[in-house]
Design a protein around this ligand. Sequence first.
Ligand code: MLT
Ligand code: MN
Ligand code: ZN
Length: 295
Amino acid sequence: MKFLVLGAAAGGGLPQWNCGCPNCNDARAGAIPASGQSSLAVSVNGDDWAVLNASPDIRQQMLVCPAMHPQSLRHSPVASVLVTNGDIDHIAGLLSLREQTHFDLFATADIHQVLSDNRIFDAVNRAKVTRHDIAPDAPFALLDGLDARLFPVPGKVPLFMEGDMVQTDLIGGQTVGVRLQSGTKVAYYIPGCADVTADLLERIGDADQLFFDGTLWDDDEMIRSGTGIKTGRRMGHIPISGTDGSMARLSGLSCAKTYIHINNTNPIWQPASPERAAVLAAGWRIGADGQETDL
Ligand code: MLT
Ligand code: MN
Ligand code: ZN
């Protein structure tokens, strides 16, 4: 499997249009790399690609990536798109793929329902873009030679569908992780996850490579930095740090590990930060746009 990070940032990107936090200012000034919103591409033959989550930045993400360029008059190397939840950063890019080229669109029935309920997605022609409902744990071919399964991870409904009461540890079809297998190699992609449960730990025990939710360093980082009023867990994202954070909870996994879906407030974006050093010392890679991983 070949992986290509199309966008390492969380919703909003880095910099975010309305944010003057130190990271966003540094990214705007070119002092640290800017990053697009959450998306990962995967291929087994290097020609046909699956895009895991279609971010609002997908047009630019494909433009700067030669592997994503058309090979003939009307063509795209993108053979399939998979969506892991109904959040805007993961579905809005579908609207940029509406120009009548076939691909397969994989998601759970719950996530497809979000698309069906929002008529703007009817612009993505069902006669060209085949929508496949994937049941939890049902094997399917994401690409020729690439076996995949979806599985529920703790999460919540999309932000724009939240009611007065929000359950942030729902286990169902609204937030899923992806297991990918080619030959004997196994990778997991989990860009949104509210908690690392014992069930999840057991499930991903066979990983050779893990791409995992690195939204926030600290659960209250957005509150402390004055950029938001919610904790990470309230947003459906386990923080990296702390005894019950993802770095500690996943420390027993000896596979290669990469943080992706990193919020613009996260101190791990800063090259000289102690937080970045701690993540690297724990053996993690930190996602970056254009980063390649061969497995
Ligand atoms: C998230 O990951 O929490 C969402 O992308 C938030 C959003 O929709 O902006
Ligand atoms: Mn997101
Ligand atoms: Zn910012």
